[in-house]
Ligand binder design. Structure first.
Ligand SMILES: [Zn+2]
Length: 300
């Protein structure tokens, strides 16, 4: 069975003029109607839970920022609107019911149609459309529920600097990212960034050049860490790597995406795997990408 998370609350942050807007999750939710999914209720992360992955001072700041007059985090990439703290707390927290469902054996895979996205949010600061790091909280909660070793795979076209930052010295969470080299956030994501201390070797970056093809992308996934004895796989599913996206030069086709999804499902084997929405801004391409993903997850 395939678990699914969506709620209209995820439309209540940001601006319709911003590329990271409510229409993204609304379009995906229309697609989701055509699949046999087990929908779970959303959950709001507490400030204490958010502090598992973020500096408590940052969490406190976000809570009060709008009423104190702030309208963005760092720059206008990452808007703050009246309900942003609440919506971002729900996006991060709603990863937890899926982990509970995995732990209870109710589902074997899942798709989380949530926003704002999370993988650029570092321990001390959100950025790049991201307020709280949803997949990082999901990883920590998974460990809390007995999935001791977590593999995070990030195929968003941008490097997940936030996820890397949060787990950089950790050997219980392995982070594997493919991303376009000459793209945001520009100063992270090189192959030399392999983790530090106990985390050395558990951070794996595989950047690619401009105009990446299906073949080039899939070749990088030969480097998935077969040596890491994971208990669960969490995927930062950013669909901004597709060829019709204006935000990158990557040329990934729907056949290429399907092959990638199959590769990840094969790699997970009998372990739970969840796809958590990150980027993807061309609404037609995003809807079709979600359809491909759900076809592979449900077998329909
Ligand atoms: Zn992205």
């Amino acid at each position: 069975m395939t678990g699914y998370i969506y709620d209209p609350i995820f439309t209540l942050h940001g601006s319709d003029e911003h590329i990271e807007n409510r229409f993204r999750v609304e379009r995906i939710h229309e697609v989701a109607q055509h699949f046999p999914l087990v929908r779970y209720p959303i959950k709001k992360a507490s400030k204490e839970e958010l502090s598992w992955i973020h500096d408590p001072n940052y969490v406190e700041w976000v809570e009060k920022a709008y009423e104190e007059g702030y309208r963005f985090i760092l720059n206008e990439d990452t808007l703050l609107t009246p309900r942003s703290f609440e919506v971002a707390s729900y996006a991060a927290g709603s990863t937890m019911p899926i982990i509970d469902a995995f732990a209870n054996g109710q589902i074997t895979n899942a798709f989380l149609n949530i926003r704002p996205p999370g993988h650029h949010a570092e321990r001390k600061m959100g950025q790049g459309f991201c307020i709280f790091n949803n997949i990082a909280l999901m990883a920590r909660y998974a460990q809390h529920r007995g999935f001791a070793k977590v593999l995070i795979v990030d195929f968003d076209v941008h490097h997940g600097n936030g996820t890397q930052d949060i787990f950089y010295t950790d050997d219980t969470v392995c982070y594997f990212s493919t991303h376009e080299k000459n793209n945001y956030p520009y100063f992270t994501g090189s192959v030399e960034e392999i983790g530090e201390g106990r985390g050395k070797g558990y951070n794996i970056n595989r950047p690619y050049g401009d105009y990446c093809t299906d073949e080039e992308l899939l070749r990088l996934y030969e480097d998935l860490p077969g040596w890491f004895d994971f208990d669960i796989v969490l995927v930062s599913a950013g669909y901004d790597l597709m060829k019709d996206e204006a935000i990158s030069t990557a040329q990934i086709t729907f056949d290429g995406l399907r092959a990638l999804i199959r590769r990840l499902l094969d790699f997970a084997g009998d372990k739970p795997i969840a796809f958590v929405l990150e980027g993807g801004y061309n609404l037609d391409s995003l809807a079709q990408s979600a359809e491909v993903t759900l076809q592979e997850l449900t077998g329909v």
